[in-house]
Design a protein around this ligand. Sequence first.
Ligand code: SF4
Length: 249
Amino acid sequence: MKLLSVGNPKVLKGMDQGYMTYILHLAPANVSGYETCPKRTAGCTLACLNTAGRGGMFRKGESTNVIQEARKRKTRFFFENRAGFLDTLVADIELAIKQCAKTGFIPVFRLNGTSDIAWEKYPVVRGGVMYDNVFLAFPEVQFYDYTKILGRKVSAITNYHLTFSAADGNDTDVVRAIDAGMNVAVVFGVPKSQPLPVAYLNREVFNGDDSDLRFLDPKGVVVGLYAKGKAKKDTSGFVKFPTFLMMAA
Ligand code: SF4
């Protein structure tokens, strides 16, 4: 089973900057029967990008498609055959590095495309050597993710960049994440035709939709994202809408 993919339109924007993002999409929340997002909220679960793009295209009368089923299969693989999954992940990353050596792109990796797993906790084997986690096994490449889990033990991992993800009901964690020096991603309910707010939470808002390469973002900013798909109709507080912004900014 192939775990990593390329082709997400936003991720493809990174190619203009010379990067190729390989992304792992698992089934979010408990869609597969296994929980992959321990800190998910009611709002983010409903608005999850899992059903954005081709992942959300269903035939009439159907509630699933080949993309959703593949994500569930990968998730079950992770939970039911951990060693096999991690061996496959290592092989996929090695293959991606080789592909990029031929094409000239810089390979970068996002393992929580639609999940929030603390990958730093899982030892992997590369070339017969065991490493504490996949990041230490591949020090030559950059990894990045969004997370809603505060306090992940990654400060010593120099090739893994995390952006904290604001949602409905995690305001205290957002403040703590900012205090810990993390950038915070916020989804704004602003039409694409209009600019994002200039500032939020007393931080400059940096447009996170221009590329997905979060590890290149300036430090100390709010990463602003336009609401997409189901998020445009969010009423949970996951998406920050302009009327709310006027009071909160
Ligand atoms: S934590 Fe992220 S991946 Fe999980 S349900 Fe929420 S938005 Fe989706």
